[in-house]
Design a protein around this ligand. Structure first.
Ligand code: BF8
Ligand code: SF4
Length: 689
């Protein structure tokens, strides 16, 4: 039996370590304890060779029985399991996107209740991106250009589309701009048809570089409607359908593209339209954001609609007065998981923690109420809450939990719903037991909110919005390349450790890092998301660029659906010119060091399908099939120009990622010979050109 892990083995930040110790002292089981109790896990499961797809099974593949009852071998079984994970991840992101589109539609139809469109500029630019005319031409004045051509560029001439964010609404004589609600109605209709499309390919794919679209078309990877793609993935993995592991992997890439360039892209776009496009905001992260003298309410999950209203409700005089009446100084709202990222970026609401801190936040004894919606909210929350005075409230009809109170969130009476929940939290404040309260005095400042719109403004200025300065910095080698470090944290490892070590070393080596999700919060807790981090921890030439532009060396771009922002950032870099014509040519690489969820499986697949290599700190459940693993980690290179790397060791990941970036630079011809020589000599300061 392996020795039990200490809190220091489980976490790197002092707040989490302190709360793990407190949980043990309070007799509260946490996810780490449950993971240890589970042991290493069933190797049939971790190898991906357990099949339960029909009731002739379950079948497990061993040397003695290499085929399931139906004759499926390890390659087929593991590939089917993988595709099902991608489908579930794509479904989660896309259903989140759909709920936002339905809210946009409701607003357009005057049924939006307490919601309205916050960012009309983004509404108009999105309409242009999706080929919607945002102005009605008066009779006899046609000829301003066709919306489709403006959006796509002329593919016949090999043109890439113009960076859509620089598009400005047409305003000229003879043209009447449409009212925002009319544009919203048209855009919502287009987005809904992206979900329901039965034939042809997703419109949203046309945002990608033209060359990449060609790769997808040539290999049959362009998905049709988002819902259809997910249904197809479930169909082809039903017993007795697709048995070719190559074909199943292609299905995984196609389904994932329906997520990244479809459901997630739509979720991000509509969130920006409804709640505002994020701009840099400086605030704090870690459990120290909880306040001893206030009613602490945590928002946890992923869908931002209720949380947006909660932010306003918290400041309502009625709520402030109610909090005072029970002896508190007010209500303190803080976030967990991706909802935290959403409200941090748009409202400066502090982040209490990432995924594995959801239970630890309750262990502080200072949380009156935790509101959960969908995804990554642990089943254990009510039982942990019972050890303290915390109430758990579920709000989404598809995500209930025994032991939690369910208050269904109704968008049409959102403010009333938010106030009901806040009053509940306030009423719970007097039940707090001071003997059980221990809020760790640990929080770090961070800057978040780097939407592409913001990056464009910061790099080029409001009047010359452009990625040119970034491209130039990459071409001259001041920035060696870009790394997207994203995804979860995993109880099987030491939380945040791989993510933080990888990020620190890459910025030291002058690689600009883009982050989302729990990875961003992990680095935020270590102070890496501040401009000061550039001064103290970035390599000299990256530091120079960050100082000139005023950005941190690690850019927080949002929640997990906002990985679509990273896809678009890479697309703008391609479109800006000088770094090839396709995403696969960029000196860029992705990493999901501590991933755990099916959504992360989908994200990794859409990055590889988009031509970007991805390093995984833990393998997919495919090791039981050598052929499948080899296809994912080598064979895909020929198909889509990118592949997966399973790398458990962080030092090896650092070398692999840097070598990949340098190889791409070599291929582009932007590494001068002398520079290469110096780099090989490891005198990186000499690269500060
Ligand atoms: O969607 S990074 S643990 S919170 S799955 Fe979950 Fe993973 Fe965190 Fe956000 Ni993304
Ligand atoms: Fe077994 Fe085949 Fe059924 Fe899977 S589909 S459980 S391998 S018989």
């Amino acid at each position: 039996m392996p020795p039990l892990r200490t809190p220091q083995d489980k976490a790197i930040d002092p707040a989490s370590i302190a709360m793990l110790e407190k949980a043990a002292a309070d007799g509260v089981p946490d996810a780490f304890a449950r993971a240890d109790a589970q042991g290493k896990g069933c190797t049939f499961g971790t190898d991906g060779v357990c099949c339960r797809l029909c009731h002739m099974g379950p079948c497990r593949i061993t040397a003695k029985s290499p085929l399931g009852v139906c004759g499926a071998n390890a390659d087929t079984i593991a590939a089917r399991n993988l595709l099902r994970e991608v489908a579930a991840g794509a479904a989660a992101h896309s259903d989140h996107g759909r709920s936002l589109v339905l809210l946009l539609k409701a607003i357009a139809e005057g049924r939006g209740g307490d919601y309205q469109i916050k960012d009309e500029h983004r509404l108009r630019t999105a309409a242009l991106e999706w080929g919607i005319d945002i102005a009605e031409e008066d009779a006899g004045t046609r000829g301003c250009g066709d919306a489709e051509t403006r959006r796509h560029g002329d593919a016949a001439k090999g043109e890439s589309p113009r960076p859509p964010l620089s598009a400005s609404p047409r305003q000229s004589a003879g043209v009447t701009p449409l009212a925002p609600r009319e544009i919203a109605a048209r855009l919502a209709a287009v987005f809904l048809s992206e979900f329901s499309l039965q034939e042809g390919k997703l419109k949203t794919l046309s945002l990608a570089p033209v060359q990449r679209q060609g790769v997808w078309d040539r290999h049959g990877l362009s998905p049709s409607g988002i819902d259809r793609s997910i249904v197809e993935a479930l169909h082809r993995t039903h017993m007795g359908v697709d048995h070719d592991y190559h074909n199943l992997v292609h299905g995984a890439l196609k389904t994932a593209l329906a997520d990244g360039w479809g459901g997630s892209m739509i979720a991000t776009t509509v969130s920006d339209i409804l709640f505002g496009t994020p701009e840099p905001v400086r605030w704090y992260a870690n459990l120290g954001v909880l306040e001893a003298r206030k009613v602490n309410v945590l928002v946890h999950g992923h869908e931002p609609a209720l949380t947006e209203i909660l932010v306003a409700a918290t400041r309502d005089p009625e709520i402030v007065a109610a909090a005072r009446a029970v002896g508190a100084d007010g209500v303190n709202l803080a976030g967990i998981c991706c909802t935290a990222n959403e409200v941090l970026m748009r409202h400066g609401v502090p982040v209490a923690g990432n995924f594995l801190q959801q239970e630890l936040a309750i262990v502080t004894g200072a949380v009156e109420l935790m509101i959960t919606d969908v995804q990554c909210c642990m089943a254990s929350l009510p039982s942990v809450a019972r050890c303290y005075h915390t109430q758990i409230v579920t709000t989404n009809p598809i995500a209930r939990n025994l032991g939690a109170e369910h208050i269904e969130f109704n968008e049409h009476s959102a403010l009333a719903c938010a106030k009901t929940i806040l009053h509940k939290a306030i009423a719970n404040y007097p039940r707090r037991d001071p003997r059980k309260v221990a809020i760790p005095d640990v929080k770090h400042p961070l800057v978040a909110g780097f939407s592409n719109e913001t990056i464009l403004n910061m790099l080029g200025g409001t009047f010359r919005r452009s990625f040119r300065p970034l491209n130039d910095a990459i071409i001259t080698g001041r920035i060696r390349g870009i790394a997207g470090i994203v995804g979860c944290i995993n109880v099987r490892g030491r939380m945040d450790d791989y993510i933080v070590r990888l990020t620190r070393e890459l910025i030291k080596r002058n690689v600009l890092v883009l982050q989302t999700g729990c990875a961003a919060v992990a680095c935020g807790k270590q102070g890496l998301l501040t401009p000061e981090a550039a001064l103290e921890q970035a390599g000299p030439s990256l530091r120079e660029v960050c100082e000139a532009v005023g950005i941190p060396p690690v850019l927080h771009m949002g929640s997990c659906v906002d990985n679509s922002r990273i896809l678009m950032a890479a697309t703008y870099v391609v479109q800006e010119g000088g770094l090839g014509n396709d995403l696969s040519q960029l000196p860029a690489i992705g990493a999901a060091p501590e991933w755990m969820s099916e959504k992360a499986v989908a994200i990794a697949h859409y990055f590889v399908a988009s031509g970007v290599d991805v390093v995984l700190g833990r393998p997919f459940h495919t090791l039981g099939s050598e052929a499948l693993t080899q296809y994912l980690c080598e064979g895909l290179q020929e198909l889509v120009g990118a592949r997966f790397h399973y790398i458990a060791d962080v030092d090896q990941a650092i070398e692999t990622m840097c070598a990949h970036i340098e190889r791409k630079r070599d291929a582009l011809g932007i590494n001068r010979k002398a520079e290469r020589k110096l780099y090989d000599m490891k005198d990186r300061r000499a690269l500060d050109v």
